[in-house]
Design a protein. Structure first.
Length: 326
């Protein structure tokens, strides 16, 4: 395995360990959990099976069983972790894992080994990889007005995983002539093992640089809204996120990758309006809770008995966008 792939696998091991430890009480963090995850990621014995992974991607997605899917996702997650470090706030990591896992339990595939990771990146983005890996940037979390918006984003990424959108996209690329050109431009070694690993890395980098098909993004929006609603969140959280993206300047570096790898926000809003209509309005209207209030709740004893209740955020659930008259 090339040194850069070993490095990203170590980072993935740290991410998985951080995610697991974030779910146990601070007083009971277990070294056994850390050792188990380190062994699962770096010593799983799959390092030499890169050729199998690449060959599988040229067949039907249905031929990839769940263990293989998880292994492909682990390697793609290592690609994502190769560029940005983990955010050091363990309370935030714990919160995002708890929120993400609760939403994933309402999905079609609750038994995947779901792992949610916050990257120390000021940009606005979220990614997923097969098998249950979901990454969000700190910059994205900071721009969420309330918990419903973050829930909508996580539900969107969870849907990419449950629908196997990344596997379908990689298979399409692996079967095309573009894959041969892509590999030829990036492979710098004649060693067979390194060549296979480089092929897979090239395929993964290409996927995240160009994004998924528009149809997959629309599907993740529609299904994600329903999933977030099923989990108990305001269904218009994702709508509010898209409204924010619609106003983002194309040359704003914070939004560059998100805008480049997704359909135009206005088109996504219109597709959501067609799908949602007024069917989910009865689920909206609950008082929103900010991410900061969830991550760092104030002890009840700290407030004076006569103090007025804390004001809730001003944002109200966003209504579906009105279609322009033709």
């Amino acid at each position: 395995m090339p040194s850069n792939l070993r490095l990203t696998h170590r980072r993935l091991a740290a991410a998985c360990a951080a995610a697991a430890l974030a779910l146990v009480p601070a007083t009971g963090q277990s070294q056994n959990v850390m050792n188990m995850l380190l062994g699962a990621v770096t010593g799983s014995g799959n390092a030499g099976k890169g050729d199998d992974l690449v060959s599988l991607l040229t067949r039907s997605v249905e031929s990839i069983d769940e263990p293989r899917e998880i292994e492909i996702g682990r390697q793609l997650a290592a690609v994502l972790l190769g560029s940005k470090p983990l955010h050091p706030d363990m309370a935030l990591q714990r919160y995002v894992n708890q929120l993400g896992r609760w939403i994933s339990l309402q999905s079609e595939r609750p038994n995947l080994p779901w792992t949610f990771v916050v990257l120390d990146d000021a940009g606005y983005n979220a990614f997923a990889a097969p098998g249950g890996y979901v990454f969000v940037t700190k910059g994205l979390i900071d721009r969420c007005a309330d918990e419903a918006e973050l829930a909508g984003i996580l539900a969107h990424e969870i849907t990419h995983v449950t629908a196997k959108h990344h596997l379908h996209a990689m298979r399409k690329t692996a079967q095309s002539g573009m894959f041969t050109q892509l590999v030829a431009s990036q492979i710098k070694t004649n060693a067979v093992g390194n060549m296979v690993a480089s092929q897979f890395l090239a395929l993964g980098r290409n996927l995240y640089a160009r994004g998924l098909d528009q149809a997959d993004e629309y599907d993740a929006d529609r299904t994600g809204v329903a999933l977030a609603t099923r989990a108990g969140f305001d269904p218009y959280g994702l709508v509010a996120v898209l409204q924010q993206l619609r106003t983002a300047a194309p040359d704003n570096p914070m939004f560059t990758l998100a805008l480049a790898t997704h359909p135009p926000a206005q088109a996504r809003l219109e597709q959501l309006e067609l799908a949602m209509g007024k069917n989910l309005e009865s689920f909206s209207g609950a008082a929103p809770m900010t991410v900061a209030q969830r991550v760092h709740p104030k002890p009840a004893a700290a407030a004076a008995p006569s103090a007025a209740p804390a004001a809730t955020p001003a944002r109200k659930p966003a209504p579906p966008p009105k279609k322009k008259a033709s």
